[in-house]
Design a protein around this ligand. Structure first.
Ligand SMILES: Nc1ncnc2c1ncn2[C@@H]1O[C@H](COP(=O)(O)OP(=O)(O)O)[C@@H](O)[C@H]1O
Ligand SMILES: [Mg+2]
Length: 353
């Protein structure tokens, strides 16, 4: 059985302060949705509203076609994994994993099989008799995932599950989570993170949150290539954001005309202020279309690339170029360029289309 999650104008407030403002969002059955945003943007609150740990002041939460807004957590059929593994220290791994099954009144005879199955899926079968303190952080998090999966949830909620782990372990666990989801294709995943790499890697779609509000939602490629707001552009990937005015056949930056696709611009917006977004890796060094002259202010070697900071007019433009044989001395005048199709126009008069 499959079932998705639907937030229908969900608003949550603490002591009169709105921390989640009319969230409308649908997670399709079997979909991996990442909730991405800075600390304090309301991600955990949204997750807790699905789990039933926080009661919205208005709006509804649906799982499948069932309105669960008034249901207690244990009746929602949800698995949840949080950052701090939250295992019971006095219980062995197998008892930790069995815990949710007992709470759900699964027949006693079925429990050992279900525990073994969940531990098998997370690669922890050999550790069933250990106590949490005898496991590494990564292993503890696997047990927490096994415990969440043991109840065979239709919806799995993960709240920054990897942020307590070191970088190398994190990328391994990310691959594991992707594999687990392939094995459980019917389970809907809501994955909270402030890490854009996790969101880009794992998610079918990303919901971008800021200041208690949903700012944007789309596939990773969509948000990266066609961000609709400055916030999305700078939070999902790196961005040059340049203040421009809309011209007849492109835009004007400090008197220089630049060709960009004006597709998606609606209405009479000639002369309107807008923001031009160009990804640093799409800025080239040397002459080309949309040439911009400037002076090198900083050069950073990043292994396979060089990051140049170039002062163009009053703006700092970042360019990530293939590793240079010779780096330009600071103060050198250089020319940068970008292809018209690699720029995205944001702001005034720009339609969603
Ligand atoms: N139990 C609570 N009581 C009061 N304020 C809270 C509580 N939980 C969270 N908040 C506030 O709600 C806002 C959103 O928090 P949260 O959803 O945890 O954000 P995120 O997970 O995106 O970091 C923050 O300003 C936070 O301080
Ligand atoms: Mg949080």
């Amino acid at each position: 059985m499959t079932s998705g999650i639907r937030f229908d104008a969900v608003t949550v407030a603490y002591g009169g302060t709105t921390v989640l403002d009319r969230l409308d969002l649908t997670v399709e059955p079997g979909e991996v949705m990442a909730l991405l945003g800075p600390s304090g943007s309301g991600k955990t609150t949204a997750l807790r509203a699905v789990a039933g740990f926080v009661r919205p002041v208005s709006g509804r939460v649906l799982i499948g076609d069932r309105d669960v807004t008034g249901l207690p957590p244990y009746r929602r059929g949800i698995g949840m994994v949080v950052q701090q593994y939250a295992l019971f220290p006095h219980l062995r791994v197998e008892a930790n994993v069995a815990f949710g099954l007992k709470a759900q009144k699964v027949p006693k005879a079925e429990i050992p099989g279900r525990v073994a199955e969940a531990l098998e899926m997370t690669g922890m079968a050999a550790y069933a008799h250990r106590y949490p303190r005898e496991l590494s952080g990564g292993q503890q998090q696997r047990v927490a995932i096994a415990r969440a999966l043991a109840i065979r949830p239709k919806v799995l909620l993960l709240d920054e599950p990897l942020s307590a782990l070191d970088a190398q372990l994190r990328s391994g666990m990310l691959a594991e989570l992707a594999r687990l989801h392939r094995e459980l294709p019917d389970v809907s995943l809501l994955y909270v993170t402030h890490d854009q790499v996790e969101a880009l890697t794992l998610a079918d779609r990303i919901a971008v949150m800021d200041k208690a509000r949903l700012q944007d939602c789309g596939t990773p490629q969509d948000l990266y290539r066609r961000p609709r707001t400055e916030f999305t552009a700078s939070f999902v990937g790196n961005a040059n954001l340049l203040p421009v005015t809309v011209g007849v056949d492109g835009v004007v930056l400090d008197g220089t005309e630049l060709k960009v696709s004006t597709e998606g611009i609606s209405g009479p917006v000639l002369g309107a202020a807008a923001t031009l977004c160009v990804r640093p890796h799409l800025v080239g060094l040397g002459d080309g279309p949309n040439a911009l002259k400037g002076r090198v202010r900083e050069v950073q070697w990043r292994g396979s690339t060089h990051r140049l900071y170039v002062e163009v007019g009053g703006h700092r433009v970042k360019a990530d170029v293939r590793e240079l044989r010779e780096t330009p001395p600071l103060g050198t005048e250089v020319t940068l360029h970008f292809a018209p199709e690699d720029a995205v126009l944001l702001g005034a008069g720009v339609s969603d289309g």
